[in-house]
Design a protein around this ligand. Structure first.
Ligand SMILES: [Cu+2]
Length: 337
């Protein structure tokens, strides 16, 4: 085999190897629906892999055959040209494609429920350019709460999620837990996710939705039922009262700034509704739709230079904050556990 033939092949193998190792992989299912889809995936990859290898071998045999030695026949003599076309060109593809079609129809049952009547969603997710608004809807109305970008679920039981969009079409995709379901303006879709084991599962908007589509990420945290119940209980509380003069000064800086028009901090006058809820910001692992770490350095950078970190994002650069004001503002945010 010549070098020119080997290089593309090794590139493909490398690319496949990269898929398997990543935490965001359809081939590393952590729940029943994702398991079904991974199984379908393997059937398709292996069948088409075999078909591709056989085809390549036949093409190579034809190419390497000495000119003139065919005698008017095709490279493998299976009893004449027409039969070859009927079997290789029609019968085998018909059987393979029909089989995969039927299997995927069966697998489609893993996707719940187009009809809203049958579901009582526990969680509502609203897609925004470029972040996820998350409403928890269980219990009476005064026990509903809002968070962003990080969805907690208990392991071992299905959770129904209602999907809507606040602007353009997005797509909810957490490969370890399920396939993709779109968030379409004016339409309500549903997805039922379930995790078999505790863990943090990376997700990603899977429908191009503008400049920062690739940075519209999310995290699903699956906890034991006890841990989940404690988290859920904690989320019902209003924001922590800032402790220490720095954070208290930071709260005053925040409340006098434009932040309050866009963000909500529960139990304070900050009740903006067009940006992620910050009531329990410090309890989340990442910021900016799971794109940057939730630490002091990244928060200071984000507040002052959001436009450099996620160009085009719907939060302005607030460069007027610096020195003690910026430090204290972030000290306040850090206490919003
Ligand atoms: Cu997107």
């Amino acid at each position: 085999m010549s070098v020119r033939r080997v290089i593309p092949l090794s590139t493909i193998l490398l690319a496949l190897a990269a898929c398997g190792g990543s935490p965001q992989s359809t081939l590393a299912p952590a729940g029943p629906a994702a398991g079904l889809l991974a199984h379908l995936g393997w059937v398709v990859y292996i069948t088409f892999g075999i078909a591709a290898v056989v085809t390549i071998i036949i093409v190579l045999m034809a190419a390497l055959r000495r000119r003139g030695s065919l005698d008017g026949h095709l490279p493998i003599d299976i009893g004449g040209g027409h039969q070859w076309i009927l079997i290789g060109g029609l019968a085998i593809p018909f059987v393979v494609l029909t089989g995969i079609f039927i299997l995927s129809l069966v697998r489609e049952s893993a996707f719940p429920i187009k009809d809203g009547g049958k579901v009582t969603p526990e969680i509502q997710v609203i897609g925004h350019q470029w972040w996820w608004e998350v409403h928890y809807l269980t219990g009476p109305e005064n026990e509903h709460f809002v968070t962003a970008n990080e969805i907690h679920i208990p392991v071992g039981r299905p959770v129904d999620i209602e999907l809507q969009s606040g602007d353009v079409v997005h797509s909810f995709w957490v490969p370890a837990l399920h396939g993709k379901v779109e968030l379409i303006p004016g339409v309500t879709n549903y997805i039922r996710i379930e995790a078999d084991r505790p863990g943090s599962y990376q997700g990603q908007c899977a429908e191009f939705c503008g400049a920062q589509h690739a940075h519209m990420r999310l995290l699903v945290v699956a906890d034991s039922p006890q841990t989940y119940a404690a988290w859920h209980q904690h989320m019902l509380s209003p924001a922590a009262i800032p402790q220490g003069v720095d954070a208290q000064h930071g709260e005053a800086v925040y409340m006098n700034a434009a932040c309050t028009f866009c963000h909500t901090i529960g139990g304070t006058p900050s009740q903006g509704k067009v940006a992620p809820d910050l009531t329990h910001l410090a309890s989340r692992q990442y910021i900016a739709a799971n794109t940057y770490r939730n630490d002091t350095a990244d928060l200071e950078a984000w507040v002052t230079h959001a436009q450099s970190m996620k160009p085009g994002v719907l939060m302005p650069n607030l460069t007027s904050f610096n020195g003690v004001d910026l430090r204290d503002l972030v000290a306040y945010l850090d206490q919003l556990k």
